[in-house]
Design a binder for this molecule. Structure first.
Ligand code: 87F
Length: 467
């Protein structure tokens, strides 16, 4: 191949690196452990995930990022459909009237609500809000659509964008003013527990719920919350799978404290990740049991099978494009992105179902191309040189640990599949070891403060009571 590009991978000295960066746009100017914030900004841009935009806190998601979102979306969408959850789409705009209905819980959030006040040159008679979340948009229609117990359960989901005008330090994927998410909203009638327990399908599910709840520290409420928790925890398990099975990021399932829960609900469950470089935990996704709070506000009532008026119970749950940012922060290295095979849009060997792309650009040298794909985090690179051809083999190079493996052509599909599975597993294990090495158990306030300074993830006794 005729190459006019420079081989960035072979330039180690500082001077040379700069030269390469100027000439090719390749290479990062900072190391992950030296300046994490700067490293992250460079990785998302040079890895072609993000382009900065001229409105602060808003970012362009380039195809490389969007394809990851689509893979997560395909998985989650199929799973929720199995749970009889249906997709819908509600408008982006909220009238001030309904927003006001929810004023108690929205009070703390009000500064983040963005408003449209003008069309062209004329002021709108009534300004309209842009959804920061869709409770107020959807629940008036839940109230209209739910009449009798036969209308229940109502299980809806929407894939959309929301806008929250954040003022703290915006960060691509992690904290942006507009982001993509799915938001699920369900309404159901609460069946007395003895009825549930006579159904074998629920009995077998109990075991799973019990497990999850004990890890969240909720025990006493187990029986009476059984039914409301069921979907909440099923969704939470899907969120765990998104992080652990797709993004290879270990998470901890848990229940938020009273202080941190969604104020509009009864309790909030969460998957929490940890970023070793910052020593901070980060909320991965939440699944809420709303109880009857919104049903009261929006009068979501129905006639039960005895002809009596009753009020629905509700759940809501969401995960966002933040998932991608967490994955980048956990796996990325000094060469750029490191993408787990399951979410990488380019794997190898399309025909056998492996996502692959041939880089046949003849205006770049092989070395330039290696660095380029390393920056973009492709899990496995396959090189075929004249020697390889003569020996009827190819050379595979792993992105995660740089290992080089020669593969006979005859075993290509099988070995590549094995390698991709191994990379996926190994990324998770390495991330988990790193995370676990940061977990510190403390019993006193002094130990707590010290562990915090050392950027540890703290395991401490917790009663969730104010003293
Ligand atoms: C910002 C502005 C206005 C979060 C906000 O988690 C309102 C809100 O209600 C707001 N930021 N929230 C809480 C969202 C709760 C809930 N909504 C449905 C979810 C899951 C999906």
């Amino acid at each position: 191949m005729a190459g006019k590009g420079k081989d960035a991978s072979s330039s180690n000295t500082k001077g040379k690196k700069k030269e390469v960066k100027k000439e090719t746009g390749l290479g990062l100017s900072v190391k992950k452990d030296d300046n994490f914030g700067e490293w992250y900004s460079e990785v998302v841009v040079n890895g072609e995930m993000i382009e900065y935009y001229d409105i602060s806190g808003c970012y362009i998601l380039r195809p490389w990022a969007m394809s990851i979102w689509e893979i997560l979306q395909t998985f989650f969408d199929a799973e929720i459909k199995k749970m009889k959850i249906k997709n819908c789409y509600f408008p982006l705009f909220v009238s001030p009237g309904v927003l006001q209905k929810e004023k108690d819980h929205i009070e703390g959030f009000a500064p983040e609500v963005a408003w449209v006040t003008k069309s062209g040159e004329s002021e709108l008679e009534v300004p309209i809000a842009i959804r920061p979340t869709s409770e107020t948009v959807m629940y008036p229609y839940f109230s209209k659509w739910i009449r009798g117990h036969r209308d229940l359960p109502l299980r809806l989901n929407q894939w959309c964008n929301v806008v929250r005008w954040e003022f703290s330090n915006p960060t691509p994927f992690i904290r942006s003013r507009e982001f993509l998410w799915q938001e699920g909203h369900t309404a159901f009638m609460k069946i007395p527990n003895f009825l549930l327990l006579t159904k074998s399908c629920f009995i077998s599910s109990c075991c799973r719920i019990k497990e999850c709840l004990s890890c969240c520290g909720v025990k006493l409420l187990f029986l009476c919350w059984l039914q409301e928790s069921f979907l909440v925890l099923e969704i939470l398990e899907l969120y765990r799978r998104i992080y652990e099975e797709f993004l290879a990021v270990p998470v901890i399932k848990g229940k938020k404290s009273e202080h941190e829960k969604f104020a509009g609900g009864l309790y909030t469950t969460t998957v929490e990740a940890f970023i070793p470089n910052t020593g901070r935990g980060i909320q991965g996704a939440t699944s809420h049991c709303l109880g009857q709070n919104f049903a009261k506000m929006f009068e979501i009532n129905f006639e039960n099978d005895k002809g009596e008026k009753a009020m629905v119970w509700q759940n809501s749950w969401a995960y966002t494009t933040r998932t991608i940012g967490v994955m980048i922060m956990v796996h990325g290295d000094d060469k750029g992105l490191v993408l787990p095979p399951k979410i990488a849009s380019i794997q190898t060997l399309n025909e056998s179902g492996i996502r692959a792309e041939v880089d046949s650009r003849d205006n770049y040298s092989p070395g330039w191309k290696y660095s380029n794909w390393e920056m973009k985090g492709v899990p496995l690179r396959i090189e075929i040189g004249p020697k390889d051809l003569a020996n009827n083999q190819v050379r595979a190079v792993r992105r995660d640990n740089s290992a080089k493996i020669d593969i006979p052509m005859a075993n290509l599909v099988e070995q590549v599949n094995d390698l991709l599975n191994d990379i996926q597993k190994s990324l998770f294990e390495v991330a988990k070891q790193k995370r676990d090495a940061c977990i510190h158990t403390v019993n006193t306030w002094e130990e707590f403060a010290e562990a915090l300074i050392q950027k540890k993830m703290i395991l401490a006794p917790w009663c969730d009571e104010e003293v």
